[in-house]
Design a protein around this ligand. Sequence first.
Ligand code: PRP
Ligand code: URA
Length: 207
Amino acid sequence: MVTVVSHPLIQHKLSLMRDTQTGVKEFRELAAELSMLLAYEAMRDLELAPHTVTTPMETGEFPMLSGKKLALVAILRAGLIMTDAIVDLVPAAKVGHLGMYRDPQTMQPVAYYNKLPADIAERRVFLTDPMLATGGSASAAIHSLKQAGAQFIKLMCILAAPEGIAVIERDHPDVDIVTAAIDSHLNDHGYIVPGLGDAGDRIYGTK
Ligand code: PRP
Ligand code: URA
């Protein structure tokens, strides 16, 4: 299932991120803010259970998060900005990292790092990458998560291309996608159009 989060705040921030006039500092801030807003939607089905809490007035039962613990997993580099922001909302979550870059010639993902929480099989996993383009990186990352035992995986991205969504639906039909928008198509170099350019370069100022 694909969820496009059409909240006005998200759409406004995304439009600013697309703008070539938006510099590194603002781009980073927008990516972090938008990630937190996306998490609000992506985590809407987290389980709650009543806990006893004493307010200044009385003691009562109030809902708190329960059920499976959480793991946030970033696809490096660009996914890091998303997990760094979201972990502030769920500070008990463990954070994993999957290093992956897309070979510019073949457009195939190249894995270079893998560090996941040891108990990932028991956790609900939120995988983050701002860009779902061909879908190669996200599909390979989900494969690595499943090899490590993860069973409940949600993919969070800021922009998705129809081509990338089709790849995830084909390779991992059990994985839901939460995105701020689905753009038109990929260009000949595998970049999302209209898109926002190279997310990693814009976050880290490397171009
Ligand atoms: C970008 C992006 C995704 C990937 C998407 O990463 O952050 O990981 O490309 O493309 P795909 O869906 O076609 O695989 P990039 O390879 O530029 O690495 P970086 O994050 O280190 O800049
Ligand atoms: N990676 C990016 O950062 N941007 C795209 O448009 C495609 C892949």
